[in-house]
Design a protein around this ligand. Structure first.
Ligand code: ZN
Length: 599
C-alpha cells in the first residue's frame, strides 16, 4: 500500500516538474517559409529556436501524416540542411533517417535552414509550383525532439503575386501571412494553402466556415454555401456540438480529382474541376465533404486509443479503422440523405453500389475487418495486382457493418435510438469526459448499450470473422431486400481486367477462382487472340462463347507467344439493387422511417 502511494506521489511531483518546466520554458520557435524557386517546387525554410537550455538538440521530421496510414519518409525531400548559432556554423549530424542531432551546450539560439522539394499532388503531401503552394505540414516543418508541446509562429513570404493564405491556424496580429500554432500536434494537423485561390465563407451554428477553392472549377458558390451548411447542421445534430470556432475547407480542383484528408479544424479535398454541374459529380463532392467534416468528431476527437497522442516516428497500429473510416463512409451518404439533397431512392442506389463492391470482392473472403485495419500500413496503402483477391477495404466493409448496426439499434429500440446515439455517447464519454481514445472493448460496450444485446456473435462474424453478411435479415428489418439483377446471367467470364486507356490488352488483375486464375493467365500477359481470332476489345473477348467452352487464348508473356487452353466458367459477378418487401409490418415501417429520415 505504502509503496503504491509513494509512487503515486512521486509521479505527481514528476508531472508537476514537467508541467511547470514547460510553463517556465522560454523557448520560442519561428519558421520563415519562402518560395524563391516555387516554379521548381521548392520551399526554403528558416527555423529559429531561442531560449534553449539543453546540451543536445534533435531535429525531427514525422515519417507519416495522421489520417493516411503509410510511412511516407518525408525527410527524403529535405536537402541542404545547415545550422548556425551567433553567425557561426554548427554541426548538424544525421543520426537516423528523419533525425538530425546538434550539440548546443551553452547556446541559447539556433538557426536551421533547409529546403523541401514538394511535387506530389495529393491531399496528404505538399505541392508547390508557380501557381500555388499547398503545405501539408508534417512533411514541411522540422520539430525539436521532446518538444511536441511547443508553440511556434510561421511567417510566410509568398511567391510573386500570391496574396492569400487559407489554413485553420490563427493569424498573429491580424496578419494573414503570420500564423500561430499552440503545439506540434495542431501544426501537423493544419495544412496551409497559399496562392490566389477563391475564398468564400458561410456561418453555421456559430462556426465560421472558410471555403478555399484552388484550381478553378464550375462550382456554384451560393449553392455550395447553402448545401454545405445543411450538411454541417446534420452532423452537429448527431454530436450535439461543434467543438470548433472556425473551420477551413481547402479544395484542390483538378482535371480529375478525388479523395480527402481530415484534420481537427480543416480538411483538404480533391475535386474534379468540371464535375460540379453533373448530378453524379455534385453528389460525389457533397458526400466527400460530408465524410471529411464528419471526421472532425469521428477519429479527430472520438478516436481509437492508438491514434493519439501520435508517434510520428513509427506506424500507429489499430484494429478500429472500420469505425474511424467505415462508419464515416456510412455517414457520408446517410447525412446527405437527411438534408433531403438525396432522395430515398437515390440513397438506396448508392447503398446498393457499396454492397456490390463488398459482394464482388474475393478479398472479403480472406481478410477480416480487424485485420484490414491493422495492416493498413502494409496492405491498404500498398496495394498490388493481387490486392483485390487478398484484402477488403475497411471503408467498404466498415460502412456496411455500420449499416447493420444502425438497423439493429433502430429495430431493437423501436425507433428510439440509432447509431447516432452511440456516436454521441462515445464522444461525450471518451473525448469529453475521459479525454482519451477508446479501446476495442469500450467501443463494443458502447454499441451494446444501445443495441440492447451482447454483440459477441456479431463481432465474431463480421469484425473478426469472414461470415457473409445476412442482408435478408438486416435489410428486412426496414422492409427491404436485395435482388441480384444478374441472377439469370449465364455468360462466361475469364476473370481478368486489362489496363485501361492503352491500345493493347494487357492483363491488370486476375480474379481468384476464375477461369483465368485456374488455367494460368497471368498479370502482365498481353492477350493476342482467342481461338485464332485477334483480340481487339476487352469487353468482346468472349463474344459467342458459352460456359464450359474450351478455348485457346494466345498471349505474349515476356515477349514469348504461347497458347493457353482455358475452360470457360460462369461469371460470378453480382449486381444487387435494394427492393421493398411487399406488405411491410408496422415495425418495419418504424425502422424505415427513422433510418431514411422519411416524413
Ligand atoms: Zn475518411
Amino acid at each position: 500500500m505504502k509503496k503504491i502511494k509513494l509512487s503515486v506521489i512521486f509521479s505527481l511531483i514528476l508531472l508537476f516538474m514537467v508541467t511547470t518546466g514547460n510553463a517556465a520554458d522560454n523557448t520560442q520557435i519561428t519558421y520563415n517559409v519562402s518560395f524563391p524557386e516555387a516554379q521548381a517546387h521548392y520551399a526554403d525554410i528558416e527555423m529559429k529556436i531561442t531560449g534553449l537550455k539543453q546540451d543536445e538538440l534533435e531535429l525531427k521530421m514525422p515519417v507519416w501524416t495522421p489520417g493516411s496510414y503509410l510511412v511516407r519518409e518525408f525527410a527524403r525531400n529535405i536537402e541542404g540542411l545547415s545550422a548556425s548559432a551567433n553567425g557561426k556554423s554548427l554541426s548538424a549530424k544525421k543520426i537516423r533517417k528523419n533525425i538530425w542531432q546538434l550539440h548546443i551546450a551553452g547556446i541559447g539560439t539556433v538557426v536551421i535552414k533547409y529546403r523541401v522539394y514538394a511535387f506530389e499532388i495529393s491531399v496528404r503531401t505538399s505541392f508547390i509550383d508557380a501557381s500555388h503552394a499547398f503545405l501539408s505540414s508534417p512533411d514541411m516543418f522540422l520539430y525539436p525532439g521532446n518538444m511536441l508541446h511547443s508553440a511556434s509562429t510561421i511567417h510566410i513570404k509568398p511567391y510573386k503575386a500570391w496574396d492569400k493564405v487559407s489554413t485553420s491556424l490563427e493569424k498573429v496580429n491580424g496578419d494573414v501571412f503570420t500564423r500561430y500554432s499552440p503545439n506540434y500536434d495542431i501544426l501537423f494537423d493544419s495544412p496551409i494553402e497559399i496562392g490566389n485561390q477563391e475564398i468564400f465563407n458561410f456561418d453555421a451554428y456559430g462556426v465560421h466556415y472558410e471555403v478555399c477553392m484552388q484550381g478553378g472549377g464550375n462550382y456554384d458558390k451560393e449553392r455550395l454555401k447553402k448545401d454545405l451548411a445543411k450538411v454541417v447542421a446534420e452532423e452537429v445534430a448527431i454530436y450535439g456540438e461543434n467543438p470548433n470556432k472556425h473551420y477551413t475547407f481547402i479544395i484542390h480542383n483538378a482535371l480529375k480529382g478525388g479523395g480527402g484528408l481530415e484534420h481537427l479544424s480543416s480538411t483538404t479535398l480533391g475535386a474534379s474541376r468540371d464535375a460540379y454541374t453533373t448530378e453524379r459529380g455534385y453528389q460525389n463532392f457533397l458526400s466527400l465533404a460530408a465524410h471529411e467534416h464528419f471526421h472532425l468528431w469521428n477519429v479527430k476527437r472520438l478516436r481509437p486509443i492508438a491514434l493519439g497522442p501520435f508517434d510520428y516516428d513509427n506506424e500507429n497500429y489499430t484494429t478500429n479503422l472500420w469505425i474511424a473510416e467505415g462508419f464515416t463512409a456510412y455517414y457520408q451518404d446517410i447525412i446527405v440523405r437527411r438534408t433531403q439533397l438525396y432522395s430515398p431512392e437515390n440513397y438506396l442506389g448508392m447503398l446498393a453500389e457499396d454492397i456490390n463492391l463488398l459482394e464482388n470482392s474475393e478479398g472479403a473472403k480472406v481478410q477480416t475487418l480487424a485485420e484490414s485495419s491493422y495492416d493498413a500500413w502494409i496492405k491498404a496503402y500498398r496495394p498490388n495486382e493481387n490486392s483485390g483477391n487478398s484484402t477488403i477495404s475497411y471503408y467498404t466493409k466498415g460502412s456496411i457493418v455500420a449499416l447493420l448496426l444502425d438497423l439493429e439499434i433502430i429495430n431493437d429500440s423501436k425507433g428510439q435510438y440509432s447509431l447516432d446515439d452511440v456516436m454521441r455517447y462515445m464522444y461525450n464519454e471518451y473525448y469529453k469526459t475521459k479525454q482519451r481514445g477508446y479501446t476495442d472493448a469500450e467501443f463494443k460496450a458502447g454499441l451494446e448499450k444501445f443495441a440492447g444485446k451482447n454483440l459477441d456473435d456479431f463481432y465474431a462474424k463480421y469484425i473478426n470473422g469472414l461470415t457473409p453478411v445476412d442482408y435478408a435479415y438486416y435489410l428486412g428489418l426496414a422492409g427491404y431486400k436485395l435482388t441480384n439483377e444478374l441472377a439469370d446471367n449465364n455468360d462466361p467470364a475469364l476473370g481478368i481486367t486489362t489496363i485501361p486507356n492503352i491500345p493493347r490488352l494487357i492483363v491488370a488483375t486476375v480474379t481468384r477462382g476464375s477461369a483465368a486464375w485456374k488455367d494460368g493467365i497471368n498479370v502482365n500477359d498481353e492477350i493476342i487472340a482467342i481461338d485464332g481470332e485477334p483480340a481487339l476489345e476487352a469487353g468482346k473477348l468472349l463474344s459467342g462463347k458459352k460456359v464450359g467452352d474450351k478455348i485457346k487464348v494466345t498471349i505474349a508473356r515476356d515477349g514469348i507467344l504461347m497458347d493457353i487452353p482455358v475452360t470457360l466458367l460462369k461469371s460470378t459477378k453480382v449486381k444487387y439493387k435494394v427492393d421493398e418487401l411487399p406488405n411491410p409490418t408496422a415495425q418495419q415501417l418504424v425502422v424505415r422511417k427513422k433510418w431514411l429520415t422519411l416524413k
